[in-house]
Ligand binder design. Sequence first.
Ligand SMILES: NC(=O)c1ccc[n+]([C@@H]2O[C@H](COP(=O)([O-])OP(=O)(O)OC[C@H]3O[C@@H](n4cnc5c(N)ncnc54)[C@H](O)[C@@H]3O)[C@@H](O)[C@H]2O)c1
Ligand SMILES: [Zn+2]
Length: 354
Amino acid sequence: MNLSIHSNIRDYTVSFEDQAVFIDELAQRPMACFVIDENVLGFYSGTLLKNLPAKATIVLPINEERKNLETVQELYDRLVEFPAKRNLTLISFGGGILEDITGFVASTIYRGINWIYVPTTLLAQADSCIGSKTSLNYRKYKNLIGTFFPPTHIHIYPAFLTTQLDSDFFSGFGEVIKLHLLGGESDFRDLVQLAPAILKRETTALVKTIHRSLNIKLSYMAGDEFDTGRRNLLNYGHDFGHALESTSNFAVPHGQAVVFGMLAANLIAQRRGLLSERIEREIDEMLLTPSLVVKPSPEALDAYAMVGAMKKDKKRTGDGLALIMMTGDFNFTRVNDLTEDEVASALDTLRNRL
Ligand SMILES: NC(=O)c1ccc[n+]([C@@H]2O[C@H](COP(=O)([O-])OP(=O)(O)OC[C@H]3O[C@@H](n4cnc5c(N)ncnc54)[C@H](O)[C@@H]3O)[C@@H](O)[C@H]2O)c1
Ligand SMILES: [Zn+2]
């Protein structure tokens, strides 16, 4: 069940935990500093996290606006006070935002220290915890700064997911859908079957889905850790998704924006004759539309604003707009000739469909 992951930076392990005892073991580690998302501590200070040493624990209020260099500096200031230096182990508990902040800190302080990560959201457990990327926002630019740096060890404990807000849980589910579509038709059908149990947050269904999601992600990263080729297809749904995060001022959470992005990409693929209307509608009706619980406002879907945001995407290489599209048989391709008219007409259709 556990995964051993090869990385060019360092190999690491993902372990699936069915009991909380691993947290008490982490609490005993010498030379460790714990960084916890304030909301997570709020839920678990009297239970799962009660044995963490208070003196070695930093509680961090987080939100997307705080995923920046200032927060990183706050952490540097706290960490330099610890007697341990290069032998310090940073242990973080939180979702993707805390992962990005603590991963960046762990990769840069003393040129890199041990970092154990315990993801507490579906998005982080099923997707972002592996992949070696850390990202910070810079001024108005999302994820502009970052490093490649995997944790030394990841512990997946689905019990943390029971307290997630629905909107955040569905955000993670968006990335899970993306990975299962990238996996192929049988992964898509399996996910449709499991979806009711996942949404009830049943442990067995969660473990199975998280495990499969991580394996699919690994298959796309194999041989391309630094994201120069095939790994890029993991950005399916993210062309429109990143733009929507920006036009909605982050009112639409990351994975929810990706759900919208997949709806738009599939519609355009279908209009280009690459994807059959039957498959496009099936994916839309069975998974995507029911999972889009944070509906984008009409202003956020304004074609001029969306095109403007898409033009700023850091992954853009040519003059045209880029789009990763699904083709008929669950294959994926990236085009660089998406037109502004195609964007506008897809947005018109989707505004009426939502
Ligand atoms: N590094 C990567 O490869 C990568 C990949 C995808 C996304 N991301 C980043 O991840 C971020 C989104 O991450 P996220 O969706 O995990 O959200 P998040 O970290 O913002 O957490 C969402 C909310 O849930 C709260 N929370 C966390 N765990 C909880 C729990 N167990 N119970 C109750 N509340 C809990 C948080 O305090 C926060 O308010 C974005 O900044 C995105 O850019 C990074
Ligand atoms: Zn994503």
